[in-house]
Ligand binder design. Structure first.
Ligand code: SIN
Length: 305
């Protein structure tokens, strides 16, 4: 009989395998997110949702860079009151459904997170790392005092796991992870995009309407692996690796660095959701070849060398 090596426990959530859809990919509708579930993803994270509807930035909001994408969408979303309908529908998914939340104050994070959980979200992921919208995202995640306040306040009202997605655009991500852990977070997602820009050489005009955006995709994978490694050395919380995963080897590298699960974003946007199947199969074959019985056995293994 084939052993089930792939199941993971993540801060109280049970995932059938360690892959997750990263926030921001394939929109906000329960229908499109449900299609990802069918491809085998172990959990789903929604695009970030705030208290009020937000249009986001005008086009262009995404440009291709070598080895990745630079995006500045500007957190477009319908607002939590409208999004609640999708959360109620997604409650029927047979994988954990995690709502990504942002706010312009600790109180806003609290209100959005509570509404998401009351509507049926299995967990929330606090976006304290979007690198290009003022007064939220990384402006909170780069400020230890504000970050701790947001996490602490959300934890006092939300009875489901609280994940916190950190920015790589800081001097010392392990220190920020420690602040997050002390404030009561249940898990850390590392990392959001790396602050970046691109300029048209003919017109001398920045390509994104917002000028500055965030780089994702294979170009940032080594940065993300380093961040996971440093966080694992510093805090005991489960870590979810994110940044540039395109195949099972990338995913395995994150697990070896200390991640308990891995989010996939840009590769799904570019190559489509069938990525999940091949990554899951590859991790399983790797564990089998090494004679291991569970993903847990390789989490953080690179720290032993
Ligand atoms: C966006 O909506 O602009 C991206 C969100 C993020 O970078 O976290």
């Amino acid at each position: 009989m084939e052993i089930n090596r792939l199941g993971v426990d993540l801060a109280g959530l049970r995932l059938a395998n360690p892959t997750m859809l990263a926030s921001g990919i394939l929109g906000l509708s329960a229908e499109s997110l449900g299609n990802i579930v069918k491809t085998g993803a172990g959990a789903i994270v929604t695009k970030s949702v705030g208290l009020k509807p937000r249009k986001g930035y005008p086009n262009p909001t995404v440009v291709q860079a070598s080895c990745g994408l630079i995006n500045a969408m500007g957190l477009p979303n319908p607002g939590i009151n409208e999004f609640i309908k999708e959360i109620r529908e997604a409650k029927n998914f047979d994988v954990p459904f995690i709502v990504s939340v942002y706010g312009f104050s600790a109180e806003e994070y609290v209100r959005v997170a509570k509404k998401a959980v009351d509507a049926g979200a299995d967990a929330v992921e606090l976006n304290v790392s979007c690198p290009h919208v003022g007064e939220t995202g990384s402006e909170i995640g780069q400020n230890p005092k504000l970050l701790a306040e947001v996490v602490r306040k959300v934890k006092t009202v939300v009875e489901k796991p609280v994940f916190v997605k950190l920015s790589p655009n800081v001097t010392n991500i392990a220190e920020i992870a420690e602040v997050t852990a002390k404030a009561g977070a249940d898990a850390i997602t590392a990392i959001n995009t790396v602050k970046a820009m691109a300029i048209d050489t003919e017109t001398a005009i920045p390509l994104l309407s917002n000028k500055i955006g965030g780089l994702s995709g294979p170009a940032i994978k080594p940065i993300a692996v380093r961040c996971v490694y440093e966080i694992h050395e510093r805090v005991k919380l489960p870590i979810i690796g994110c940044g540039g995963v395109t195949n099972w080897r990338d995913a395995t590298e994150f697990l070896l660095a200390g991640a308990s699960a891995v989010q996939i974003g840009t590769a799904v946007a570019i190559k489509g959701p069938n990525m999940f199947k091949s990554i899951i199969r590859g991790i399983n074959a790797y564990l089998k070849k090494k004679g291991l019985k569970s993903v847990k056995e390789i989490v953080g293994l690179s720290h032993c060398s």
